[in-house]
Design a protein around this ligand. Structure first.
Ligand code: ADP
Ligand code: MG
Length: 319
């Protein structure tokens, strides 16, 4: 006999809370933020066919659904506390639920972020997570803090998730082992939570890259009322991507989407501290440009020659 709604919640999504004052089972969950901290919160919805392919392993889907939310907390320099899970399921599929819950809760445990509640309903597969974190009052990293003269940095490497998508679409080809690695970038993004924490007090502004580097950079520029110059050849990329045609490398690194790396700015005098923070967080950071007083975004190549900015940003309502 298939599980009912409440058995399903009890079996897969109910665990003892450690930090929250109250978890799953009542009308509300209760969070107990530390005194003097501000609560940071962010929601992200994942829709089948739009944000993930139906072929993705349930365990990876569970991971990614939480990872994209933790990435938002990371971009604000917030420490994760807990999250809620709103789930629409076409049917009760225990193999799916088992894998999904395993991937989800493993990442949750790795970041000490508890599942405290949610909602469960029947419908086309849809996953909406709201994550809560805390950050000392006034210390959150924002999009609006960039200052002319700041260095522009990016964590990790960019473009592999888009490369994997293009392989799925049949536009590009990769042999087995290389494909597994870029597929993992798409399906198992690692939220840069420790880096976000380490950048508090150092970075002037930050955003996580979910819709492509240049599109997300434009959010910082607009909110901070500044411009920027980006050396597009300095944008870090994997060996698998570096082996592709130059045009594809540009599309994937500059307008790829689904990277979940941090893009941030910091004054040049903090350069050493930024690299120390990155080393402490165990993730490389690369300087890719600078913030200018002159509005607009200027792209240059490694020879400082201007490159036309024809790279859009991902937008669900535009082709
Ligand atoms: P209500 O009708 O008051 O909104 P529900 O009966 O829908 O509450 O849910 C019962 C409890 O189970 C609540 O504490 C809710 O937060 C929790 N819950 C429901 N779905 C999930 C889920 N997918 N993951 C975690 N907790 C859930
Ligand atoms: Mg209720």
């Amino acid at each position: 006999m298939s599980l009912g709604e409440f058995d399903l919640i009890a079996r897969y999504f109910t665990r003892e809370v450690r930090r929250a004052a109250l978890g799953v089972g009542d009308d509300c969950a209760l969070l107990a933020p530390t005194a003097g901290m501000q609560l940071a919160t962010s929601s992200d919805m994942l829709v089948e066919g739009r944000h993930f392919l139906s072929t993705v392993a349930p365990e990876r889907l569970g991971h990614k659904a939480l990872a994209v939310n933790l990435s938002d907390l990371a971009a604000c320099g917030a420490r994760p506390l807990g999250f809620t899970l709103a789930l629409a399921l076409p049917r009760v599929d225990e193999v799916f639920l088992d894998g999904f819950a395993r991937g989800l809760l493993r990442l949750a445990d790795a970041h000490d972020c508890e599942l405290i509640g949610g909602d469960t309903t029947q419908g086309p597969l849809n996953i909406c997570i709201t994550a809560f974190g805390e950050v000392p009052a006034g210390a959150a990293l924002l999009r609006s803090g960039a200052v002319p003269g700041d260095d522009l940095y990016v964590s990790g490497s960019l473009g592999d998730a888009r490369l994997a998508l293009e392989v799925f679409r049949g536009h590009l080809a990769l042999e087995g082992m290389r494909f597994d690695a870029v597929r993992a970038a798409m399906e198992l993004p690692q939220p840069r939570v420790s880096l976000g924490l380490a950048l508090r007090g150092l970075a002037h502004s930050a955003i996580d890259i979910s819709d492509g580097l240049l599109g997300d950079l434009r959010h910082i520029l607009r909110r901070s009322a500044v411009g920027a110059t980006v050396d597009i050849d300095a944008v870090p990329r994997s060996d698998a991507l570096a082996a592709q045609a130059p045009e594809w490398q540009r599309v994937c690194t500059l307008a790829g989407g689904d990277d979940y790396e941090l893009l941030f700015t910091a004054p040049p005098r903090q350069d050493r501290a930024v690299h120390e923070a990155a080393a402490q967080a165990g993730v490389p950071v690369t300087r890719i440009g600078r913030i200018d007083a002159e509005p607009g975004l200027r792209l240059v190549d490694r020879h400082r020659v201007a490159v036309a900015d024809t790279f859009g940003s991902f937008d669900h309502f535009r082709p």
